[in-house]
Design a protein around this ligand. Structure first.
Ligand SMILES: Nc1ncnc2c1ncn2[C@@H]1O[C@H](COP(=O)(O)OP(=O)(O)OP(=O)(O)O)[C@@H](O)[C@H]1O
Ligand SMILES: [Mg+2]
Length: 500
């Protein structure tokens, strides 16, 4: 070894930059990372524009935020423009000084940033092929003058369209997009490109829903995709969910706010479409859990951080957790802003909160179970719950069964009793549980014919079906099958003029 104590060992630009392309962004998370910067720059309107452009596609993210002057723009293009150790403003969505570059290069080989501030436009460009081919292997950032902008049709058109009329703003333009999976069939590539980008809408509608539709007093940001506006997707269906008591707890002098929600059950939503919408991408079972927001921006969703399993009975529980960016070091936020994990102290607080809310989540189901079995005075089925098991059996004292049994002689009565025992012992428990757990909204009872119901009514009302007491009618409404087919029974009452 030589006598030297240190050597200046800067990374090889081409090798480093090519490696950084693979830190795991998807097009959704990449666009979200660029939008983070626009939101930090207090933009009111952000436009994501994209075009297949006859096989030479481009994507541009444009904002009307604070913009950058020449010095700021050049600093912004540096990998590691700001250290994670530096203190940031509380509304800053950035952390590493990398996002603009790493997210862009995860998708394209040529990144151009044009920014306008105080009326002056500046523009510069990182081109991976220029870095790769540079003889001295240098970090060569191209500065693009006003006259050069005029020679680049896409840049020129977007600049004129967006920046001529505003004082400040920024455009991030991706060209030579080589990482977006558009398949191998040439004639389908354009549709695939548009499809992949449009699919990113859903991700952004969720990640930025608290900017698209802010709480009162917070600023609103509109986001457009090729001029069509994004709609906030609130994963808590907060207008209709049950709010459980919220909690604040402190960590390193900062406040963490926790707001649990129990989403409405499938029979409490307005429509099938509403139930489906809030099921989210993976369905209620998988989407339950904590939703962690850093400065109102969703970082991670649908996880209990291994504090409890994702159980069927808690599948309607979603818990909003608000953390400030000053605790980033504790949460292990990653470069893509798509991962976070709470440290021990916070986990134990969350564990305590889960202990309380888990019971509330389960109660939604249990109460309904109780309600269903107690509202009907004469159910056809009994639910018998003991300490460690639940049995469903046929109510052998049901008035209809008693009536029927009275028609039978003794051997027939015995046979009938065997028929009932066979039916209740062969209740398809496993299939029923599987269906209710997976798609409860699709589990229905076989439909009763109206004539059949009317005939059974006559059986209980006796000969004189013209004059019946209100008391008798109400009594029947609490007995199966009339209780389980209440709407149809009441319409028969109405047609027969029982309601006067
Ligand atoms: N649209 C924009 N408007 C104004 N300034 C911007 C914009 N985009 C980037 N900047 C500036 O460029 C800097 C670098 O952005 P970059 O996304 O690379 O890192 P960061 O946001 O600081 O941190 P992170 O790596 O967590 O995203 C930002 O800190 C900001 O000062
Ligand atoms: Mg950033």
């Amino acid at each position: 070894m030589s006598e030297r104590t240190y050597v200046d060992l800067a990374p090889s630009p081409s090798a480093l930059v090519e490696s950084l392309r693979d830190i795991g962004y998807s097009v959704d998370t990449a666009i979200a990372d660029v939008i983070d910067n626009s939101i930090t720059a207090e933009s009111k309107r952000i436009d994501v524009r994209f075009s297949w452009n006859s096989g030479d596609p481009w994507v541009a993210i444009l904002d009307d935020g604070s913009g950058m002057d020449e010095t700021e723009l050049i600093a912004a293009m540096r990998f590691g423009s700001m250290s994670p150790l530096e203190v940031r403003s509380s509304s800053d969505l950035g952390r590493f000084g990398l996002g603009l570059k790493t997210s862009s290069f995860s998708q394209c080989r040529c990144l151009t940033v044009l920014s306008k501030k105080d009326g002056a436009v500046n523009c510069c460009q990182w081109d991976l092929d220029e870095i790769l081919n540079s003889s001295k292997n240098q970090w060569l950032l191209r500065l693009i003058s006003g006259s050069d902008i005029a020679k680049k049709p896409i840049l020129k058109t977007l600049k004129t369209e967006y920046f001529d009329g505003i004082e400040s703003g920024t455009m991030v333009l991706w060209q030579r997009i080589d990482r977006l999976d558009t398949g191998i069939i040439k004639k389908n590539k354009e549709a695939k490109f548009n499809g992949v980008l449009n699919a990113a809408r859903c991700h952004l509608e969720l990640v930025f829903h608290r900017f698209l539709s802010p709480d009162s007093g917070k600023s609103k940001t509109q986001i457009y995709f090729n001029k069509s506006s994004l709609d906030a997707f609130d994963p808590f269906n907060s207008g209709r969910a049950t709010l459980l008591p919220d909690e604040n707890f402190r960590c390193e002098g900062e406040t963490i706010h926790v707001q649990p929600y129990v989403l409405p059950r499938h029979n409490k939503v307005k429509s099938q479409a509403e139930w489906k919408k809030y099921a989210g991408q993976l369905g209620y079972l998988h989407e339950q859990g904590f939703y962690v927001y850093r400065n109102r921006r969703l970082i991670i969703k649908g996880t209990w951080f291994r504090l409890m399993p994702k159980a069927e009975l808690t599948k309607l529980l979603r818990v909003k957790v608000d953390i400030p960016n000053s605790l980033d070091h504790l949460w292990k936020i990653d470069v893509k802003k798509s991962h976070a994990f709470p440290p021990y102290g916070i986990r134990s607080e969350l564990d305590r909160i889960i202990g309380k809310i888990e019971i509330s989540g389960k109660r939604v189901y249990k109460e309904e179970g109780r309600r269903l079995t107690s509202a009907v005075k004469e159910p056809a089925w009994n639910r018998i719950a003991t300490d460690n098991q639940v049995i469903y059996d046929i109510n052998k004292e049901h008035p209809l069964l008693i009536k029927f049994r009275n028609y039978l002689d003794v051997p027939q009565q015995e046979l009938f009793s065997d028929v009932l025992s066979t039916l209740e012992s062969s209740f398809p428990r496993a299939a029923y549980f599987h269906d209710v757990a997976g798609k409860p909204e699709q589990v229905e009872s076989p439909e009763f014919e109206k004539e059949q119901l009317a005939a059974l009514l006559d059986l209980f009302l006796g000969e004189n079906t013209k004059v019946v007491s209100m008391h008798k009618l109400n009594e029947l409404l609490q007995m199966d099958p009339f209780a389980s087919n209440r709407g149809m029974t009441e319409s028969i009452y109405e047609e027969r003029g029982y309601y006067g």
